[in-house]
Ligand binder design. Structure first.
Ligand SMILES: C[S@@+](CC[C@H](N)C(=O)[O-])C[C@H]1O[C@@H](n2cnc3c(N)ncnc32)[C@H](O)[C@@H]1O
Length: 272
């Protein structure tokens, strides 16, 4: 699967998120009937199970998952994105709730401005699908995770099963129409179903994780299988690429230390 990645180049993706940033949260609530809040909460719970000192939230966008993590723990949270407009909104939200443990970073998910083995947990919500090479991105997450660290991925999944035609109608017909109406950017919301259809289904993503240094992977799905939450444990010997030792599939469920000053830093890899 190496080489498989986003349908558009990073520069276009960044421009797209800069354009839709202002209406991004509202569209999320409308498209998912508000369920996206519960999905991020489930992702945060999975991340916090291991009581991490430092969590990296990649592709943080407007910071919803980073804030969920910070609100329910004393963990320090590094929240990274390459869209300045999305980060600006994240900064506003952090200030509104006085989230002192969240630091915002402007940088590239493919070249994280962090040392090897420096974070306990890495999270990414609805971001992996937008990265240019999924396998390379996962290897980069593995690089910054400490041995035994945890990777949590929340992502849309291609529609399948008997309801697939109906779901496709919703994603490919209704969402672009609604996106055009709410954000004025129909194209961005046409990209969402297209990039989802091209993204690996949950079992394939689990296999990719297992072959990329995360021997233990479990996942669950939400909203008729259209959203998946993967939780993966990094092997203690990533460089040797040990074979997978365990794989669990959880069935679909109903739903769902020291202080750090908020800051916006800049990664050397991508100018923001
Ligand atoms: C669909 S949004 C998800 C935002 C947020 N995590 C959430 O749960 O709503 C995807 C985010 O990924 C960011 N992104 C895409 N490619 C990136 C890259 N190469 N480096 C950093 N951020 C990236 C975009 O700027 C955008 O904010």
């Amino acid at each position: 699967m190496s080489g498989r990645g986003a349908l558009r180049p990073p520069s276009e993706i960044r421009q797209m998120f800069n354009r839709i940033a202002r209406r991004y949260d509202l569209m999320n609530r409308l498209m998912t009937f508000g369920r996206d809040i519960a999905w991020r909460r489930a992702a945060a719970q999975a991340a916090l199970e291991v009581a991490p000192s430092l969590v990296l939230d990649v592709a943080t966008g407007t910071g919803d998952l980073a804030l969920e993590l910070a609100t329910h723990s004393t963990s320090r949270v590094l929240a990274l994105d390459f869209s300045f407009e999305m980060l600006r909104l994240a900064a506003r939200k952090c200030a509104a709730v006085r989230a002192q443990h969240v630091a915002l970073l402007c940088g590239d998910a493919m070249r994280l401005p962090l040392r090897d083995c420096s974070v306990d947990v890495c999270t990414i919500a609805f971001g992996l699908r937008n990265l240019p090479d999924y396998a390379a991105a996962i290897r980069e997450f593995a690089r910054v995770l400490r041995p035994g660290g945890r990777l949590v991925i929340l992502e849309t999944a291609p529609a399948c099963g008997l309801l697939a035609p109906l779901l496709r109608l919703y994603f490919e017909g209704f969402i672009p129409w609604l996106g055009g109406l709410v954000s004025g950017d129909r194209d961005a919301y046409r990209y969402l179903p297209r990039s989802t259809a091209a993204f690996p289904p949950p079992h394939e993503l689990a296999m990719l994780l297992r072959s990329s240094g995360f021997p233990v992977v479990r996942y669950r799905t939400f909203m008729l299988g259209t959203v998946a939450l993967h939780v993966a444990e990094r092997t203690s010997s990533i460089l040797r690429g040990e074979p997978a030792v365990a794989f669990h599939h959880l069935p679909e469920t109903a739903n769902q230390n020291g202080p750090m000053l908020p800051l916006i830093g800049e990664s050397p890899s991508l100018p923001c």
